[in-house]
Write a protein that binds this ligand. Structure first.
Ligand SMILES: [Zn+2]
Ligand SMILES: [Zn+2]
Length: 555
């Protein structure tokens, strides 16, 4: 039966280039999951976009001497280019700076206001006497009251992931001039999160299929007791408040950006000329999955569900498989210290699949994992080139030269050949279940173990030696190896789309491997092959030192 799968991927801010943390945390797992469901012939809608509002964008604009719109549009274009080069696909990758998004946000704001879930109140806000302005969120920095991190911001602590408000920060200072702020009263709208405490507790208790880290964080957060949160700011960049008298305020990003999942679905439906189509993925039997890094859990397991509960009639998240963090050379990534591997930099020098491979087999699913250039090159050379690439290359090259470029006749029917074919079928079933459960790391490990097993089978059979005495036996084991290689490219497609498609064509298939689906579809005897090129390039170990030495230096 065809399932309807909605995939929402966390919206990156349009205030800087994408780095490996974005890819490992949210975009790659979401893309693997989407590609898998496409192959399973399920109906999938994948949406995301650039978060173009909020103080991260205005601060960057001030630093670069540009308007927030110029900054947002520059980085949005760069994000689009990154998705293309990394093979990460969306049905729609839009932005929060569209009339459609504003209309959808206004609808949710007014509906929640009319139902009493949004109310007005005065709040004390940090104000810089020197700069003569209010200091929303990231315009204030200080020490986190929960974990003591000294670089906490007025909206959230990046160290412990807790959302904050500026008044909670110890030793608060203006981000622009470092002056301690004064607090002045300002009228704002609040989301009445306290009204959802019990409903959220009951709902979260039912989510036994969630990852343990996501459940623990969410339950812990609820146990501390929810507090109502201001959803407007004294700022002039963002979605307007749909009521007269609030022209100098904007709806704040943490409230409006999550609505992007819904507004993007509506925009996608309009673009496919079937405007009500979005409902298929937000009502009835659809399952919605949200992919994000752990610093975003609270917005997807508490705040967005509360907003949806208040609005009524739309599906709550089915799963929120949030990832932990990716460290870089064993240090926490940092934009300001330039301790990051930037996607445009990576894609200008290296192929996409080795990165997709590394971040899949080393995915921070249950604990933080590390990216080091040394380990990246080791895995590329030992695993992609020497194990998988070499298996493919030695079989296809040998067959191409010795069997007129055609798949040899199948005659070998002995126990080892039967065993490796059976193992391949079992691996496909196993990977199918693992991918369905969002266990990406385990899935790719199981698939790579099959590639190793296929190498052992070939070493044992040694068709390159056997061919001199027994051409039929050599043909049989090569036929078997080609069958396993063909299964491998199907299973690896969600992870390694570029090289899998290439291999599909080397094996003499035409058309898209993705459209071919998640199934055993092996080449037949006599099928014309294409002379293969190596799928992966060996990288020089010197590259690791060069790349690592650039970390932490201002470019
Ligand atoms: Zn903290
Ligand atoms: Zn100041």
């Amino acid at each position: 039966m065809t399932e309807k799968i909605f995939i929402g991927v966390a919206w990156p801010y349009a205030n800087g280039y994408l780095h490996l943390g974005h890819i490992a945390g949210a975009n790659l797992p979401a893309d693997i999951f989407a590609k898998y469901h496409h192959m399973k012939k399920n109906e999938v809608l994948v949406v995301s976009g650039s978060d173009q509002h909020g103080t991260p964008v205005t601060l960057r604009a001030e630093e670069e001497g540009k308007t927030p719109a110029e900054v947002a549009s520059h980085y949005h274009e760069s994000h689009l280019d990154a998705w293309k080069k990394l093979g990460i696909s969306f049905d729609l990758y839009t932005s929060t700076h569209t009339p459609n998004h504003t209309a959808v946000v206004h609808d949710i704001f007014l509906t929640l206001l009319n139902k009493g879930y949004i109310y007005k109140s005065s709040m004390s806000q940090p104000y810089c006497p020197k700069d003569q302005r209010f200091l929303p969120d990231r315009y204030v920095e200080g020490t986190c009251p929960y974990c003591g991190f000294t670089g906490a911001r007025g909206d959230q602590c990046d160290q412990c992931g807790k959302p904050l408000n500026a008044a909670e920060l110890k030793e608060a200072r203006c981000r622009i001039c470092k002056t301690p702020p004064e607090f002045r009263d300002s009228e704002h709208f609040f989301l009445k999160l306290t009204a959802f405490q019990e409903r959220l507790e009951e709902w979260v208790a039912e989510q036994t299929h969630w990852r343990q880290n996501v459940l623990n964080f969410t339950k812990g957060y609820l146990a501390e007791g929810l507090r109502d949160r201001a959803i407007t700011r004294d700022i002039d960049w963002g979605v307007t408040v749909p009521l007269p008298g609030y022209e100098s305020k904007r709806i704040y990003v943490w409230f409006e950006a999550v609505i992007g999942y819904l507004s993007a679905s509506k925009e996608w439906a309009q673009k496919t000329s079937n405007p009500p189509k979005w409902q298929d993925f937000w009502q009835n039997e659809a399952k919605s999955y949200y992919f994000l890094g752990k610093d975003n859990i609270v917005f997807h397991t508490i705040i967005w569900p509360a907003m949806l509960m208040g609005y009524e009639g739309l599906r709550l998240p089915y799963d929120v498989p949030a990832n932990e963090f990716l460290t870089i050379e064993n240090k926490k990534g940092s934009k300001s210290r330039n301790w990051a591997v930037w996607v445009p930099d990576y894609t200008s020098k290296y192929d996409p699949d080795p990165l997709r491979y590394f971040l899949s087999i080393n995915m921070p699913e249950t604990s933080d994992t590390d990216f080091s250039w040394h380990e990246f090159i080791r895995r590329n050379n030992d695993e992609l080139v020497a194990t998988y690439g070499n298996l493919v290359n030695r079989v296809l090259t040998f067959v191409y030269r010795n069997f007129d470029g055609k798949v040899p006749p199948a005659v070998e029917n002995d126990a080892p050949s039967q065993a490796i074919l059976k193992r391949s079928e079992e691996t496909m079933k196993n990977a199918d279940e693992l991918l369905r459960e969002c266990l990406f790391k385990e899935a790719i490990k199981a698939i790579m173990a099959l590639a190793q097993e296929a190498n052992r089978y070939l070493d044992e059979k040694s068709p390159w030696k056997v061919i001199k005495q027994d051409r039929a036996a050599a043909a049989g084991s090569l036929f078997t190896a080609i069958a396993v290689i063909s299964d491998l490219k199907t299973m690896l497609y969600p992870f390694l789309p570029f090289t899998s498609q290439k291999l599909h064509e080397y094996l003499g298939f035409t058309g898209s491997l993705s459209d071919n689906g998640w199934k055993i579809n092996r080449p037949v005897s006599g099928q014309q092959l294409i002379s293969p090129q190596p799928l992966f390039v060996k990288l020089d170990e010197k590259v690791a030192e060069e790349e690592a030495s650039r970390l932490g230096k201002v470019p």
